[in-house]
Design a protein around this ligand. Structure first.
Ligand code: ADP
Length: 550
């Protein structure tokens, strides 16, 4: 074909072909696109009546035909195992094959299509070249014609040059594919991380519209469906559109979104009082996301619930204050009696009775100090979730009798214990003694001298219940509802000293055993009854024991 051209023209044509080839398949987004680009180029330089583009899968030894075209009609690809045809031969040898006259040279080309009016129409000549990459055969390009002698060595060379470009394009497409898979994998990982995060996370665009939010954010914002808010710029005047339970938190979101819109990061703590009266302390961070050129493109807002942390800090402060307040007296007393003893010893005063009473006062107040420290430590452990329960077979009835006996001599109240037999379970005896001590000493503290206090212990097959009934100051409904809160003391109880920690701690101990504590009273001056129920077997559901009772 090119033999009639001048040397100059031939050179120019070659240059043109070379530059066209360089760009071959560069725009192809997938293998079909590449197939079309290859066919277009092939048809420009040789007979491209039939063209087949196939890839070879080494692992399964299968030829995967991407697509083929026959007289202008494109056909779907298919696959076949490596066989005896020319295509397979080229794949095996990695060398091109020119078939000038098919009928004379070998097996008919493998056609996946091609009957015409019921007859098989077979091409008469063809050329097959391997698509190589680093010595490995990636696939083949195969052209055929219904004319014999349609191709010569120059065509095989041209087809080889096109195949070289096809090899580059295939590698690029595979890399793109890998990249896409990698992106997909990363996106899935990120999605999983976001979903499992406890912190609420929202992504907003440059307009301040929420474009994404995770499960925790949906929960925090009380959104059943994210579609309610996605894509809407969040502004103060639009807050009314939000679900009513979420408005307090959404209101806190507005300044964060405003900050992101203006390109500033913020980090602050917001205390939010939810409508149902629940207090939440949230730390909020808003970070602006910028493009590579530094243009603000929206940002990420993260809410971290620090209510527990804040409560613990508050507790620590309370404990410190309580310790400071309650330790003053015993320390002053211990010091005063210590000084007194010292003076006596140095002056040679041998009056035993006075020294004895001074030493007794020191011991008594040191005990008070120790007890105070234990209570504070226990409360701290309870709040921090560190309260440990050492289970051991314990008889609740025997324990109640023992605690009562210990208190009786100084009680100045008529205490009786009613128990039918024993109530034995796997419980922490030391902790339950603290609970009984607290209930009994409260019954004594908050009732008049000589009144009656009844301690009864009963058990069914599921749980054991202790009941402490007094004839004291009683409690109204409002007080009953708050009794077990840390530091709570009813107005009517304030003339007696106390810290409001005993019931809170006792309640915690009972809960740690899987049980429940509650109180009943007919009102002020009507006496009170305190109960606690413990499951007899550890694996028994807490609710079962409690619900049966409640
Ligand atoms: P404290 O007795 O040191 O104040 P508690 O936690 O033991 O702390 O009790 C909390 C509050 O519950 C008491 O201040 C009192 O108001 C109320 N209370 C507890 N026991 C009784 C009782 N038996 N009768 C009436 N009120 C009680």
């Amino acid at each position: 074909m090119s033999s009639s051209l001048t040397v100059d023209e031939q050179f120019r044509e070659q240059l043109e072909v070379a530059s066209r080839l360089g760009a071959l398949g560069a725009d192809a987004r997938d293998l079909t696109g590449l197939f079309r680009a290859l066919h277009y180029e092939i048809a420009r330089v040789m007979d491209g009546t039939v063209f087949l583009f196939a890839l070879y899968d080494e692992e399964t030894q299968t030829v995967e035909v991407v697509r083929q075209i026959d007289r202008g009609i494109e056909h779907e690809g298919g696959s076949f195992p490596l066989g005896k045809g020319f295509t397979s031969e080229v794949i095996r040898t990695g060398a091109p094959r020119l078939v000038r006259r098919w009928s004379a040279e070998g097996p008919p080309i493998r056609l996946l299509y091609g009957t015409e009016a019921g007859e098989l129409v077979a091409p008469q000549s063809g050329a097959v070249v391997p698509v190589l990459s680093g010595g490995r055969v990636l696939g083949v390009l195969s052209v055929q014609s219904y004319r014999p002698d349609a191709y010569d060595d120059a065509d095989v060379l041209s087809l080889g040059a096109i195949a070289a470009q096809a090899g580059i394009a295939i590698k690029r497409l595979r890399a793109m594919d890998q990249l896409a898979q990698e992106h997909e994998r990363r996106a899935q990982q990120l999605e999983a991380v976001l979903a499992s995060m406890n912190d609420a996370l929202l992504i907003v665009d440059a307009r301040g519209a929420i474009v994404r939010l995770n499960r925790a954010a949906r929960e925090l914002l009380r959104l059943d469906s994210a579609s309610l808010v996605l894509g809407q710029p969040l502004e103060r005047q639009r807050l009314e559109q939000w679900p009513s339970g979420a408005r307090e938190i959404t209101a806190a979101l507005v300044p964060a979104i405003d900050a992101i819109r203006s390109g500033t990061n913020i980090e602050e703590e917001v205390e939010i009082e939810l409508r149902e009266g629940e207090r939440r302390v949230l730390s909020m961070g808003a970070s602006v996301l910028r493009s590579a050129k530094g243009v603000a493109q929206g940002g990420v807002i993260v809410f971290h619930d620090i209510t527990m942390k804040r409560d613990l800090e508050q507790l620590r402060e309370d404990i410190f204050e309580m310790a400071w307040h309650d330790m003053q007296t015993p320390i002053t007393v211990i010091r005063a009696y210590g000084e007194l003893l010292l003076r006596r010893l140095s002056s040679g005063d041998r009056e035993k009775k006075l020294s004895k009473s001074a030493a007794e006062a020191i011991v008594r107040h040191a005990d008070r100090l120790a007890e105070l420290l234990t209570t504070l430590f226990d409360v701290h452990c309870l709040e921090a979730g560190l309260l440990s329960i050492s289970r051991w077979p314990t008889d609740l009835a025997a324990l109640a009798r023992e605690v009562t006996e210990g208190l009786r001599p100084t009680a100045r109240r008529q205490i009786e214990v009613l128990a039918d037999g024993s109530a034995v379970g796997e419980w922490d005896e030391r902790r339950l003694r603290q609970v009984l001590m607290n209930l009994l000493s409260n019954a004594i503290k908050y009732s008049p001298e000589d009144s009656a206090i009844a301690v009864s212990i009963g058990a069914d097959e599921r749980s054991a219940t202790v009941c402490v009934r007094d004839q004291g100051i009683g409690l109204d409904d409002g007080e009953l509802a708050q009794l077990f809160r840390r530091g709570y003391r009813a107005e009517s109880a304030r003339r007696v000293t106390g810290r409001g920690l005993g019931l809170y701690f006792s309640h915690g101990i009972v809960a740690a055993h899987g049980g429940r504590m509650w109180a009943e009273s007919a009102g002020h001056g009507q006496g009170s009854t305190f109960y606690f129920a413990l499951p007899l077997r550890e694996e028994r559901s807490v609710d079962g024991a409690v619900d049966a009772r409640a």
